[in-house]
Design a protein around this ligand. Structure first.
Ligand SMILES: [Zn+2]
Length: 173
């Protein structure tokens, strides 16, 4: 929001020097998720990023990008890694009071993990008609066997998230 380049640099250094990971008022958690997605692309991973925020304190408890290639682990999606790291950081298996921001509509595995983690809210960027399981496919949270349904907000940072994915796959075609 109208930050000069110098102001942005000051801002970023304040973020990294910030020991309790509070998010400045003019930064959206989705911007941080997009940053994770960009870093994933640089590692040759599908560019998806996620952050988990303890809402009342506006504090980041975990952030992650895809690491399926680096870890040779098909479950190492950004959301899975962020959920594990958040549970570890908070020392509890239920992430009540936390919100997940992810750049792409979660797949069935990650949607299941979000339900198990009892995350309050799910914010996602681009929709994924081929692999998503929130608005597409199995629509996991709408199933009667799903025991926890987060509040869902889609389309946040959608164009940036979609552009990253499109560029990534175009370069690899
Ligand atoms: Zn997933």
């Amino acid at each position: 929001m109208g930050l000069t380049a110098a102001g942005r640099r000051r801002h970023e250094s304040r973020m990294s020097a910030n020991p309790d990971n509070r998010i400045p008022a003019d930064v959206s958690p989705m911007d941080l998720a997009l940053e994770e997605a960009r870093q994933a692309a640089q590692r040759d991973e599908v560019p998806v990023g996620a952050v988990i925020v303890l809402r009342a304190e506006r504090r980041i408890v975990a952030r992650a990008g895809n690491e399926t290639e680096a870890r040779q682990d098909p479950t190492a999606h950004a959301e899975m890694l962020a959920i594990r790291r958040a549970a570890e950081a908070l020392g509890r298996s239920r992430l009540t009071g936390c919100d997940l921001y992810v750049t792409l509509e979660p797949c069935a595995m990650c949607a299941g993990a979000i339900a198990h983690a009892r995350l309050d809210r799910l914010y996602f960027g681009a929709t994924d008609p081929k692999g998503g399981a929130v608005l597409h496919g199995g629509r996991l949270f709408a199933q009667p066997t799903c025991h926890h349904r987060p509040d869902i907000y889609d389309g946040l940072g959608e164009s940036d998230a979609a552009a990253l994915l499109k560029q990534f796959f175009a370069e690899r075609r």
